[in-house]
Design a protein around this ligand. Structure first.
Ligand SMILES: NC(=O)c1ccc[n+]([C@@H]2O[C@H](COP(=O)([O-])OP(=O)(O)OC[C@H]3O[C@@H](n4cnc5c(N)ncnc54)[C@H](O)[C@@H]3O)[C@@H](O)[C@H]2O)c1
Length: 254
């Protein structure tokens, strides 16, 4: 890919659909070179890449990644290193939902949820840190959830725990990487209209119930989250902000 060496580069995990796709396209419109990772849906990832290029990205490509598998993370980092000299923005977006309470949550379900949602960002960040360090400026944005702050009952016990862990990871990492000039922040959305939570709004009655849970009377869209991610990532907008958790919740606190 022949792009100017100072072109900013963003890597979004889980960019084939939902919030990850909206984030990738938002950065494309800002002129970033875009890398999207996908686990199973290569067609979705390719469509994000094509739309990113059509939206103004000077370059874009997709790469396979299972964030829960250390070998896959290493392979992804190798592939990206072969194509990019640096990464400016890492968005740890890939995640899975889990909805059971403690009585119904199996150990396997607990471990799987923590592995994808908390260990995944740890592995990916660790593997890509050398590329972030090579950038003239860099920042990391983790997609957490208000479930990690409030004990939201739409989400399960393992999901809330995993997102609370991701918030702790964000704060600790922000302190550690600050001397390198790398900022680390998180976005904590409430309910966002994506396939992850489609079953909560698949009838007009259910949709209305979710809408009413939000004081602003709206259901948050992936594009609303993408704006917050861009704000936290871009030093021109937030150079003095690190270790912060920005709620994108339409006013919903529980
Ligand atoms: N939708 C919501 O209401 C909501 C609210 C708060 C936070 N979030 C968080 O936002 C992020 C994006 O979710 P979404 O709503 O777009 O859901 P989604 O299900 O549409 O997207 C999740 C993405 O993560 C990827 N993924 C899942 N497991 C993976 C793995 N092991 N390795 C690599 N990729 C994997 C999927 O392939 C998919 O691309 C998640 O971290 C989610 O927890 C979502």
């Amino acid at each position: 890919m022949s792009v100017a060496p100072d072109t900013p580069v963003v890597l979004v995990t889980g960019g084939s659909r939902g919030i990850g796709r909206a984030v990738a396209l938002r950065f494309a419109r800002e002129g970033y070179r875009v890398i999207v990772t996908y686990r199973a849906d290569e067609t979705g990832a390719l469509s994000t890449v094509e739309e990113a290029l059509a939206s103004g990205a000077p370059g874009a490509f997709h790469v396979h990644l299972d964030v829960s598998d250390p070998a896959s993370v290493e392979e992804m980092a190798r592939e990206v290193s072969g194509k990019c000299t640096h990464i400016n923005v890492l968005v740890n977006n890939a995640g899975i939902l889990q909805t059971n309470g403690i009585k119904d949550t199996t150990l396997e379900e607990w471990e799987r949820t923590l592995r994808v949602n908390a260990t995944g960002p740890f592995l990916v960040t660790k593997a890509l840190l050398p590329l972030l360090e090579k950038a003239p400026w860099a920042s990391i944005v983790n997609i957490a959830s208000i479930a990690g702050e409030t004990g939201n009952v739409l989400a399960g016990i393992a999901y809330s725990t995993s997102k609370a862990a991701l918030i702790g990871f964000t704060k600790r990492l922000a302190v550690e990487l600050a001397p390198l000039g790398i900022r680390v922040n998180a976005v904590a959305p409430s309910f966002v209209e994506t396939s992850m939570v489609r079953s909560f709004i698949d009838t007009p009655e259910k949709r209305e119930r979710i809408r009413k849970l939000h004081p602003l009377g709206i259901i948050v869209k992936p594009e609303d989250v993408a704006e917050a991610v861009l704000f936290l990532a871009d030093p021109a907008r937030s150079r003095a902000i690190t270790g912060h958790v920005l709620r994108v919740n339409a006013g919903r606190l529980t």
